[in-house]
Design a protein around this ligand. Structure first.
Ligand code: SAM
Length: 235
């Protein structure tokens, strides 16, 4: 945890917070912070700054807070991710928020097992928890917006074309003729397939909606590896 993320409910006065959950334990056991030490803090969806340890005991930790720094710039990206199996989803969400994605769409497709949508990992609370782990890792405060699209065709036909308009549209698909571009600065919409890949019909529909199929070379990457490789290469 490189940043202690704070919520409105932590504040006991305008510039003081009391923590008594995993963040207090982390400050005491991992940072081994003493009274007077300064820690990097951030206010959820707001500024970052520093927190001075005023109290640290078995009741928790009290910090005096100062906020004076903007969070890092977001990626100019809407990421569409075919829902991975639950454990892979948890790890992918952490990478996604660590890398600065602020708009994520989890999409159903033919090779996504329907049971994945019932998993506790897809609950709003678990999605949020994993995204927060990524923010704490990266030193960022801005929680990504997440949409769940449980039906492929209505999303791709009715909503995606408008979403792609004015952006660079890409779908990562092994064996595509074109290589994935590098170093983009423009707004981008990127789709990443499920572990079994998008079926040809889905690639066709995504292409019709404005996404260009691109490859990352002949090696087939796991979804979580593809997420990090694609985002690093694109931006
Ligand atoms: N057998 C599947 C196929 O050929 O499409 C492999 C799917 S891969 C495990 C999961 C997703 O990661 C793919 O749908 C794609 O979006 C992305 N991906 C993985 N390796 C890739 C590569 N070499 N080029 C482009 N996309 C890749």
């Amino acid at each position: 945890m490189n940043l202690i993320l704070l919520y409105e409910s932590d504040f006991i006065s305008e510039d003081k917070v009391r923590l008594n959950d995993y963040r207090a334990q982390h400050i005491q056991k991992v940072h081994r912070a003493n009274i007077g030490d300064q820690l990097k803090i951030g206010r959820m969806n707001q500024l970052m700054g520093s927190g001075v340890v005023l109290q640290s005991d078995d009741k928790g930790v009290v910090l005096r807070t100062t906020f004076d720094q903007q969070p890092p710039a977001p990626l100019p990206l809407t990421l569409i991710l075919a829902l991975p199996r639950p454990r892979m989803l948890a790890r992918s969400l952490q990478h996604i928020s660590t890398l600065g994605v602020k708009r994520l769409i989890l999409l159903h497709s033919q090779r996504v097992e329907k049971s994945y949508w019932m998993s506790p990992e897809v609950s709003p609370e678990k999605i949020r928890d994993n995204l927060i782990l990524g923010l704490e890792q990266a030193k960022d405060t801005v929680l990504p917006e997440v949409l769940l699209e449980t039906q492929f065709k209505p999303f791709v036909e009715d909503r995606l074309p408008e979403m792609v308009t004015g952006t660079r549209g890409l779908v990562a698909h092994p064996g595509s003729p074109d290589a994935c571009p590098r170093g983009l600065t423009e707004e981008t919409t990127l789709a990443i397939g499920p572990e079994g890949g998008f079926i040809p019909y889905e690639v066709e529909k995504l292409t019709e909606a404005g996404l260009q199929p691109v490859h990352l070379g002949e090696r087939i990457l796991r979804v979580e590896t593809a997420v990090t490789a694609l985002l690093s290469r694109l931006f």
